[in-house]
Design a protein. Structure first.
Length: 255
């Protein structure tokens, strides 16, 4: 009976350690895009109103705030930005559920866990634009994307509290590495790349911080990203702890 109790203790500790490990792996998905500069607006932007009329907006009237500069947003903007960004590190968030649906519909054969978050930033225009009835703002943003990249653009909707995925036919990867996007509204924006060769456990965030210890989660378009770098040492630690417990219980039994 005593042996059975001892094994029960080991099983309970194993479950607890695995739960802790899982939490650590997901928590490590945090702020790895925080050193990336904001993209530039290439050329003029075009706003198409509900009647199909095109209005030109100068690039100088459009302000893009990088994740690293998010503290410079107004308190209201910062609150919305933080709420939007938090969804990337929550496995139960609506974002992760909607991403899976979007991938199934638009990129069949590519799982949601092959998606790498490349950029997160906030866009504001220095004039009032009325969205909601088919209006779109067309922007070309600088970047280092390649034709053939499965680029996904999602924009946060502050009214619904959800990330809206822009239809793939409204996103174009240009030969110079920039992307042209037709936005149905503005708020925080995230640019993602679906990589067929990436073997990740969850949606990951690209590591852009140079000359620093690499975070547990990395990703490059056409490269690889993984949460397993945290998982392996954590499981190793768990195994060591269990071994120590097992030896201690065995010694106790032999006394």
């Amino acid at each position: 009976m005593k042996g059975k109790k001892n094994w029960k203790v080991i099983v309970v500790m194993t479950v607890a350690l695995l739960s802790l490990t899982s939490a650590q792996v997901f928590a490590s998905v945090a702020p790895s895009v925080s050193q990336k500069a904001a993209p530039d607006v290439v050329g003029a932007a075009t706003f198409t109103d509900a009647n199909g009329n095109a209005i030109t907006i100068n690039a100088g009237d459009i302000k893009i705030t990088a994740d690293v500069d998010a503290a410079n947003l107004t308190p209201e903007q910062k609150l919305i930005y933080d709420q939007a960004r938090a969804q990337f590190s929550n496995s139960d968030s609506q974002y992760n559920k909607d991403l899976a649906d979007f991938m199934t519909k638009n990129y069949p054969g590519i799982d949601a866990d092959k998606v790498v978050v490349k950029e997160i930033f906030d866009i504001n225009v220095g004039q009032e634009l009325a969205f909601g009835n088919g209006q779109k703002l067309e922007l070309t943003l600088s970047g280092k994307y390649k034709p053939g990249d499965n680029v996904i653009v999602t924009v946060y909707n502050k009214d619904t509290g959800k990330w809206d995925f822009i239809e793939s036919n409204d996103v174009t990867v240009n030969a110079d590495g920039s992307i042209t996007v037709k936005f149905p509204h503005l708020c925080p924006v995230a640019i993602l790349v679906a990589d067929k060769n990436t073997a990740t456990a969850t949606t990951t965030v690209e590591n852009t911080k140079k000359n620093a210890a690499p975070p547990a989660v990395t990703g490059e378009a056409g490269g690889s990203g993984s949460n397993t770098s945290m998982l392996i040492p954590a499981l190793g630690l768990g195994a060591v702890i269990l071994a120590v417990v097992f030896v201690a219980l065995k010694k106790k039994k032999s006394v």
